[in-house]
Design a protein around this ligand. Structure first.
Ligand code: PEP
Ligand code: MN
Length: 352
């Protein structure tokens, strides 16, 4: 098994744990795991429960699985992740909403205002886009990143944006509250590691062809840095089906929730590929136990340069948040970061 010491365990605690293990005659190997010290222990009759109570020990993890650090996140109540006022997990459901890509700053501010009033807990907006085609719009880069930050701050929300290259990490970490790693980069190990090393919350999407073990091993790379603020996001799989863009794996949500303590959210937009399917898929995800959603919303969907067909118009988003609130309440959960104020008017804001 693996003994993980607390992040702040000092040399005295380390020596005391080592001495206790030696007294028990166990074979031990000390290793750094990101910022932490760990002891990898083997031997017959290892008294896991008493080892877990030693001062300085955070957890004792059995090494039966390929992703022991992910397994170690399974603690009572889970490991909710908070990003500003948005809490994912631990009985809180949070909705991230905003455009696929940051285009005009004025329009972004309208979207931010609307989604904040409708009950979104965080603003999204792509600036470094991971596009399948090199001829497609690649995103507004640095200036768009600053616009995203400004729009989010104006409405008091944290913001999430995707990064596609380890060289973007420092800049994105400076301006964004949550770092998104997209489906196409799920196995970009240098990116996973550099993003996690910032200590910022990282939202990791599942690759459209990844099985759950591959996804969890990508999470394992990030946990190994010592950063445990990881949010998993199911966004649909490549399948034989042609009527939806990607096939949403709703079943993976309860499957993961039974086995890991990290929050699991769902992206109904990229799986649907069609705005009229977004709300039903989102409701299915929340009913299945998802800790949140990431939804593409646009003030004038027909004008956006990216994922126009799946962008949810304002009114539909406001209705969706009300449904999410009601569904979450069914199993005793609450909407995170939602204003207790009056609901937004059901008409499009400026530009429509
Ligand atoms: C996105 O969120 O805009 C995106 C590109 O998603 P995915 O990585 O799931 O394709
Ligand atoms: Mn998109």
């Amino acid at each position: 098994l693996i003994i993980l010491l607390h992040l702040d365990a000092g040399p005295a605690e380390r020596a005391a744990v080592r001495a206790a293990l030696q007294r028990l005659g166990l074979a031990i190997e000390e290793a750094r795991l990101g910022e932490r010290t760990t002891f990898w222990v083997s031997g017959a009759d290892v008294p896991a429960e008493s080892l877990a109570r030693l001062p300085g020990v955070e957890r004792v993890v059995p090494v039966g699985s390929r992703s022991p650090l992910v397994e170690a996140t399974r603690v009572p109540g889970g490991r909710p992740v908070s990003v500003g006022g948005a809490t994912f997990g631990g009985g809180h459901v949070a909705v991230i909403a905003g455009p696929c890509t940051v285009e005009e700053p004025g329009a972004l501010r309208d979207v931010a205002r609307f989604v904040a009033r409708a009950g979104a807990a965080a603003l999204r907006g792509g600036v470094f886009k991971a596009r399948t085609s090199p001829h497609a719009y690649q995103g507004g880069g640095t200036s768009a990143l600053r616009e995203l930050h400004a729009a989010a701050r104006e409405v008091g929300l944290p913001c999430f944006t995707e990064l596609t290259d380890p060289r973007q990490v420092a800049e994105v970490a400076e301006w964004a509250d949550g770092l998104q790693i997209g489906a196409r980069h799920m196995q970009n190990v240098p990116l996973l590691v550099e993003a996690a090393r910032t200590g910022k919350p990282v939202l990791l999407k599942r690759h459209m062809s990844a099985d759950v073990d591959e996804w969890l091993l990508a999470v394992e790379y990030m946990l190994k840095t010592g950063n445990e603020r990881i949010i998993l996001c199911e966004r649909g799989l490549r399948s034989a089906e042609r009527h939806v863009r990607y096939l949403l794996d709703v079943g993976v949500v309860p499957w993961l929730k039974q086995r890991i303590g990290l929050p699991v959210i769902v992206d109904p937009s990229h799986s649907a590929g069609d705005w009229s399917l977004v709300a039903p898929l989102a409701r299915a995800a929340i009913a299945a136990g998802a800790d949140g959603l990431i939804v593409e919303v646009h003030h004038r969907p027909e004008t956006t340069r990216c994922d126009a067909q799946q962008a949810l118009p304002f009114n539909d988003f406001a209705r969706l948040v009300q449904d999410v609130r009601a569904l979450a309440a069914l199993d005793g959960r609450g909407l995170s970061g939602a204003p207790a104020r009056e609901p937004p008017p059901l008409q499009a804001a400026a530009g429509a």
